[in-house]
Design a protein around this ligand. Structure first.
Ligand SMILES: C[S@@+](CC[C@H](N)C(=O)[O-])C[C@H]1O[C@@H](n2cnc3c(N)ncnc32)[C@H](O)[C@@H]1O
Length: 277
């Protein structure tokens, strides 16, 4: 039996563009010998899986994408989508299979990337760690699991990146395993307050946006610097956001990546700053 529960299948075309753009930059995609990518919990339509594949083909022309769903009816419906779109014999292959957090893959292969978007948000927080461990155990060394959430049309998105141990097993000796970072990615035009992200945080964090918690400090500081840099909006929302991120960094937040990412409305914070293990 696939591990997990059938939940709402809501999805939308182009909804996951922000995270896909970020996944496209992952070094593992370029370096792995087996570019097998999993879209876990693709929902009521095959559309975001097809889009993921199209985006990744630009950086890895031999990428193979497998969409996994715990709902057998959605697997059938995605396969019907493939037939309708003439993609049954796509090369490299694109397929849809029944599966849960155990992430079943053919021939004992492992995934270099797992995108699990808007899946864990419908579970209790207490289920998150076991789900993470299960998915991480199905990954290649150096692989990246992306557990995230977004709004209906993808203007507000947040995700946690996680890595397995060097041996592909969580907790492997001497290797970084588990959560590595939190990314917030926002449409900047018309953005009133970056803390809009609070209502779309991944399940592991969403209930921790309370006074005294680092998650709340992150939201408060983002709003403060965004407000302080209002004047820079004259030069464009990107300039205002870059100044916001630079101020966050100058004031002690362990901000990762650089301006190329920031100008897209992203900020990535090292996981250690969020006060969770
Ligand atoms: C809200 S939809 C997300 C669709 C798409 N990923 C998106 O972000 O637009 C969540 C889907 O995850 C599926 N799901 C929930 N738990 C799962 C699990 N353990 N393994 C695979 N799929 C799961 C649900 O059946 C549902 O279709």
């Amino acid at each position: 039996m696939p591990v997990g529960n059938i939940t709402r299948g809501t999805t939308n075309p182009n909804r996951l563009r922000r995270v896909d753009r970020w996944i496209s930059t992952l070094p593992v995609l370029r370096h792995t010998k087996d570019p097998l990518v999993v879209d876990l919990g693709f929902g009521a339509s095959a559309v975001t899986t097809v889009e993921l594949r199209e985006r990744l083909l630009h950086v890895r022309p031999d990428v193979e994408v497998v969409g996994l769903e715990i709902d057998p009816a959605r697997v059938e419906s995605a396969r019907a989508d493939l037939r309708k779109w003439g993609m049954v014999d796509a090369h490299p292959p694109l397929s849809f299979e029944l599966g849960g957090f155990e992430t079943p893959l053919p021939d004992a292969r492992r995934a270099c990337v797992i995108r699990a978007f808007n899946v864990l948000r419908q579970y209790d927080e207490s289920a998150v760690d076991a789900a993470w461990q299960s998915m991480l155990a199905a990954m290649q060394p150096g692989g990246v699991l992306v557990d995230g959430t977004c709004d209906e049309i993808g203007r507000v998105a947040t995700w946690i990146s996680l890595t397995p141990g060097a041996l592909g097993a969580p907790g492997a000796l001497g290797t970084a395993s588990g959560p590595q970072s939190l990314t917030i990615s926002l449409r900047l035009d018309g953005l009133e307050a970056p803390s809009i992200a609070a209502e779309r945080l991944p399940k592991a964090l969403i209930h921790h946006n309370v006074a005294g918690d680092p998650v709340n400090a992150l939201m408060t500081d983002l709003d403060r610097w965004w407000s302080i840099h209002t004047g820079l909006g004259t030069f464009g929302a990107s300039q205002r956001w870059i100044a916001t991120v630079e101020s966050m960094k100058a004031n002690g937040w362990p901000v990762l990546a650089g301006r190329t990412r920031w100008r897209l409305g992203e900020i990535t914070i090292a996981w250690g700053a969020l006060g969770r293990v």
